[in-house]
Design a protein around this ligand. Sequence first.
Ligand code: FSX
Ligand code: SF4
Ligand code: F3S
Length: 364
Amino acid sequence: MSRNVHGFDLEARLNRRTFLKGCAMAAAALGLSDDMFPKLVKAASSPRRPPVVWLHFQECTGCTEALLRASHPDIGRLILDIISLDYHETVMAAAGNQAEENLRSTLERYNGRFLCVVEGAIPTKDGGIYCKIGGRTAMEILEDVAPKSAAVIAIGTCASFGGVQAASPNPTGAVGVRDLFNARPVINISGCPPNPVSFLGTVLHFLTFKRLPPTDQLGRPLFAYGRRIHDHCERRPHFDEGRFADQFGDSGHREGYCLYKLGCKGPETYSNCPTVRFNDVGAWPVGIGHGCIGCTEPRFWDTMTPFYERLPHVSIPGTNGISSSADSAGSKILGITAAAIGIHAAAGIGKRFLKNKPAETDNT
Ligand code: FSX
Ligand code: SF4
Ligand code: F3S
């Protein structure tokens, strides 16, 4: 089945099994209980899909790429299945005046009811002239669109905190959405790029409970950014035992030892990367041998660089007899257990639901 959205055909309908697997993954990421799962599936299956206006400002489009090219299981298609993507400059067929007309008519038709997704930072210097689309600055577009939305999702570290554009000396005065706008709820799905499951979970939470999920003080959903990378990392037992890779390719690196001395910023970074991972190969940066560069954190281009030098304020085993600061073996065990629960929950919820619902054939 395909839908036509302002000239954009979405070959997005998934078979039931894949659809439920994706919902189960989002439910597990959200930490929902089993009895909430049918409610989430019902919300995701609703024929009344929420209209989405997706704005692109200063960015590399990696957030969109990560989302639309995601598998695990085919998160991109699932997202296109549960929302109505009415305006998105990268993927819509319309261009020029027709694209502008699409935006105008969507705002008029769905005033107060659509989700506004912002990808990219907003330049503010010199009246915002460093990012203009259709003759309007990013600031003007945001000021036009965001107040008419039901809620705003800032996707990526650029839209959340300014990202690479805001790195010192920030020549265009780039800022994140919340620095300019707070008349509607704004949630930050940070990461460069962020994990599509965090975006999916946020949208499904909004559809199921009619509100955005609870956030930390940086506006990031707690379900995805409430835990520190270091506490869930599979290399953490090596950290605790003082086993470190000293160089890329050395024996410690090949043995999977901790990457702290190679510059890993996991001890100061909050994200679900070690537990949710990326795509169906289950990879994440530290898992494949590169330290975390802290891409979910504000100003990480300034505060987490040089990327290949160790963090200065982390107590490591064997120094002053202290293990890692606020994170003892207890939180390590808790973290590993939580990760295991997350994975099992996704598999278990999906299986239980599938038992009662026969799989349908792919109808795309
Ligand atoms: Fe920023 Fe998104 Fe980094 Fe790129 O567009 S968060 S530069 S991966 O992709 O905004
Ligand atoms: Fe994992 Fe990095 Fe922490 Fe080492 S420093 S345990 S590699 S997050
Ligand atoms: Fe980014 Fe670190 Fe995760 S670099 S993708 S927050 S492991």
